[in-house]
Design a protein around this ligand. Sequence first.
Ligand SMILES: Cc1cc2nc3c(=O)[nH]c(=O)nc-3n(C[C@H](O)[C@H](O)[C@H](O)COP(=O)(O)OP(=O)(O)OC[C@H]3O[C@@H](n4cnc5c(N)ncnc54)[C@H](O)[C@@H]3O)c2cc1C
Length: 1011
Amino acid sequence: MASTTLEKSPAKPQQPEIESRIHEHGERIFALIDEAGAPSLFSKKGFYGTLMEWAMKDEHFKTQLFRFVDVLPTLTSASEISRHLKEYLGDEQLNLSAGLRLGLKAAGGASWLFGAGLKSQVTGLARQFMLGNDEKEIVTALRQAHEQGSAFTVDILGEAVVSETEADQYAQRYLTLMDLLGKQIARWRHPCASNDAPNGPVPPLNVSVKISALYSQVHPTDPDTAIERISARLRPILQRAKELGAFINFDMESYALKEVTLRLFREIFAEPEFAAEPACGLALQAYLKDCEADLDGIIQWAREQRRRITVRLVKGAYWDYETIIAQQRHWPSPVFAHKAETDATFERVSLTLLENTDVVDAAFGTHNVRSVACVLAQAERLGIDRREFEFQMLYGMADPIKAAVRQLGCRLREYCPVGELLPGMAYLVRRLLENTSNEGFLANKFAKGASRDELLKDPSEFVGADVRSLAPTSSDSEPAHVGSYTERRFGNEPPTDFNIPAERERMARAISEQRQKLGRRHPLIINNRPVSTSEWLPSLNPANQNEVVGYAAQASVAEAEAALAAARAAQPKWARMPALDRAALLEKTAALMRRDKAALSVVEILEAGKNWQEADADVAEAIDFCNFYASVMRDLNHPQRTQAVAGESNVQQWWPRGVGIIIAPWNFPLAILTGMAAAAVVAGNAVIMKPSDQTPVIAARLMDLFLEAGLPPGVVNLLSGPGGKVGAHLVSHPEIGFIAFTGSKEVGLRIWEATGRTAPGQLNLKKVVCEMGGKNCVIVDGDADLDEAVVGCLASAFGYQGQKCSALSRLVVLADNYDKFLERLVAAAASLRVGPSEVPGNILGPVINRDAQERILEIIEIGKKEATLAWQGAVPTDTNACYVPPTIFKDVPPNSRLFREEIFGPVLSVTKAKDFEQAIELANDCEFALTGGCYSRSPVNIERVKVEMVCGNLYINRGITGALVERQPFGGFKMSGGGTKAGGREYLQNFLVPRVVTENCLRRGFAPADE
Ligand SMILES: Cc1cc2nc3c(=O)[nH]c(=O)nc-3n(C[C@H](O)[C@H](O)[C@H](O)COP(=O)(O)OP(=O)(O)OC[C@H]3O[C@@H](n4cnc5c(N)ncnc54)[C@H](O)[C@@H]3O)c2cc1C
């Protein structure tokens, strides 16, 4: 739910005099609009008008319609179009909407219902908002606007570049477009009235650039490289702009790109070559809480540089996205929660712009009459000629408002996106949402008939008030699920937001600090006391095998026995400690981890070769495990009544299993070790942690935190050492009650077998929690959104060098998409940066050690004989590091080792499927069942994979790694594991046995009333 108190201090309502002028201007604009009539989209008569009317009446229809519109350009045959139409809007939907059927028929759109001619209908709809790709068409439309007195700014659609090749192409398209328009404009006889400002003409060629399209690898940890690469592609555009006397504007995109955009603007326009020309500007978004501070910063910069700039003030186009992303990551929302706050900020920022016209040319990007009227009234009050600033509106939107603004003698610029339909779909859907938004000005004015008074209300009146009555009314204004988990006890630890400079600095500092601490000896911990051993195993940095991260004590069987004795001695008392106290100790451990988050991440970077974000995510998950299992234990602590019966009490309660061993892998060196240990311990058991040989230092840090939190002696013991010896000894030990293992299938099955044999004197049937590997598959359907599929698949396949058990290993792509997808996938893979993980922005680092490196290189060689090598990346030539070139094979046969064996490295196999049926068969042809995924925009196929795809965690239209505690309980079956779900509510029960206590409460025929 939206918060009911506002996040900003109450804004002062406008002065009465200015308010009355705003109303007068507003009334005048409305009068002019009413003369012109509603925009065609709101006419309720035409084909599109009918559709929009229905979309505004029926949320479900709107969602389905817009999703269908989104997929349509990718569909190549009439039968595919009909199938999707049916799947999205279905017979049932169309029957239900008999009124719509009639309306469409009356509007001449009957063909819509039968699938024929649909694509051209949607193309027509899109063309209302964007110019095509055809040069003649573009020039004609711009010329027409010019003749009507509207200036223009052009933007090229398709900013979602996934590779450096695509970024190059995008930059080149700008140059071509600028050349074309430069030539054309030179031929236009008279200047456009809207380019005629009191201080002289403004550049007629105005170009809007989305900087994200100029570099495919913008990464929050590394804005410097982003700025360097974007600048390299931008400079030729700026040079051409100088030659042509053009104006360059930076659009403002999602919040994650804001800092890069602002920095890039300041840096590149301070370069001597561009310090005076071309004319430049940028967009600022009033829905951002930072908007006013950012404007102050940019004005100050302009003054210091003695540079005139334009600021285009808009409200912001990504409100839903920003709100959802912040919710998902538990970050504070960067945008206001209520539209009135955005509107009021727009008005305040407008005033600041008008007060600074000595350095800033103001451009107001809005279709809202109140916002326009407010600008006019304030300009009048300040004595500013209304032709000193301009209004900007979107092509195809709010034409009557444009006409009114021009009639009032204002300068108007239209924002004209050009390009293909396919890359333009995101833009089209944004416009459709904007036109149909319940909160938007356009829908309220033209579709819902809100009164002028309502539409002209001062938004600041609502700011600071109890805005319950203003709570968003529809899902387009606030996602329905927002806040649903805020009332709950457990909340996931937010990932670190590396967009924040202080966070990047903290991490960089932690790397230098931790480096000073490398090379120490890490003893065993038994009974909370350090125990040294005669042997010490060095743990080496995979990016530099000469760097010893630390030395781990090597336990022998004698120390294993000592640890077991300590655990056995401690366990009964620990089990009797109130569950709430045990939970509190885990929560304390979590708090200590949070305190040390950067330091722990650095150990993972140096010892396991994780990049900044992967390491940070692992520490966050460890924190989650402690907090989540603590909260689950609190719930389990309440005995559950089994059945209510008079005279008898029957309750089920849980008892710990005793003493267990925790055998953890190196790939999530903190999270998995913590998760398994925390679950067992909070349940009242005592444990011996046996960390991986590759990551003993991070395990030692965990042990330090358990000690600092105050866990009693013997409850957690740390036993680094040879798994084959001490691990195997403890697994078959008669006094061990349970084993929690995560690791390879080979070791897992050995443990499974060993625990099946009952040793003499054994007291319990051993419980084994066994989580093993995967050979995970993603299906890419013929209608998949490739922008998303390419990025998601690469992240899933090559994140942490493919060394996650959840990693994508097999891609099955429908024949329709196979070549296109592969081409983009390979280009995108080639754009990923490989290098030491401690360098921010390197996506791929080294694999864990030499053995792994050799093993993976060997399977790559085998792969070259089994399939076709589609691409192999380059890696640093540093022989001290364990790099494996990321590799993609295509046409991989299902009977090959590549297709069947778990590789645990950056190797991806791609196989073609002739249809969806075969794709599912291929996906399921596997001994493992861990993760799986599907990219599809067919509702029927999505439902199908939900039912048919054999895996423990299925992800649809997103990457298949990165499960979050509680949100996506994680674990597989078949040869992937025993069906246990780490991070799920039931996980703790693996470490407990249920008991039922029955008490006869009947004494001489009398029972207490509540029994
Ligand atoms: C020429 C031009 C260029 C543009 N360039 C950019 C750009 O570079 N970057 C960009 O992001 N957008 C850009 N836009 C899009 C612009 O942000 C939207 O068109 C604009 O927000 C719609 O505002 P409005 O004043 O016309 O309509 P209104 O209906 O008055 O406002 C709608 C806006 O209010 C805000 N809003 C809606 N609900 C809430 C809520 N619950 N809480 C807080 N705020 C809310 C949103 O920003 C929404 O878009 C541009 C628009 C124009 C006209």
